[in-house]
Design a protein around this ligand. Sequence first.
Ligand SMILES: [Mn+2]
Length: 271
Amino acid sequence: MTDRPSAFGPRYASALSDAASWHHGQFRKGSDIPYVSHVLSVSAYLLEDGADEDEAIAGLLHDSIEDANVTVDELAGRYGRRVADIVAACTDDWSGDPHHKSPWWPRKVTHIAHVTDAGAETDLGITRVTAADKLANLRSTLDSGDPGVFSRFKAGLGGFVWYQETFGRLLVQRLGGESLLARRLVNALRELDELVSGERDRLGDAVAEFGDRLSSLPAPEGSGPYSPWPWFALDAVHRSGGANPQRDLVATCWRSWFGGAMPEGVALETR
Ligand SMILES: [Mn+2]
């Protein structure tokens, strides 16, 4: 024990209790693990990276707007403006009705830009809490050992890999190499890369061939600097088990990624 100021003040203790009660009865996707384990991991990663009390509290409460219907004002009243602002920035779509989120691809593109394009004056706490959240999700995916784990994600293997790699690299850049969180993310991304190259080998040429056929399509609205096609092809071919994906399956992927119906004229002919 040392007499350095501890992050575990009465505010932190109260946030621990709120996190446990706000997420009571919720479980991690496809498992019996109580949801609170996730926010405890996020907060632990933050504390180990030298985060301050506000950031460690925001880690505990980062999913409370999205998953526990807590409002920004309520958070600000209980824990102060900074905690509320960090949690709001970690929430990818809360401005509207949580039951009618905007389509996955443009929503993620916007969220990445919102967190990482921030100017130098923007609170680094937002970057830190987001990075700890991404790390906790990535680690539990990598460690699950469950071959079906990617089917739990809205945009499947391809979408998961694009999101983790793109967001992860930008977060690492902004955190800087001295950060323990950044090193942990780099290691996890390396592991993801190994796992995915194994999957790509197993899926064979269909991913590249389908990706090529899609590549003449313009990127959907709200794609920013990103082209979805290589990742979209990876998702569709992964879902079809390595075969050339059929129209119904591609249309299902399309709805998950972009919302709405797949336009006519998407080149789907089988070889
Ligand atoms: Mn989370």
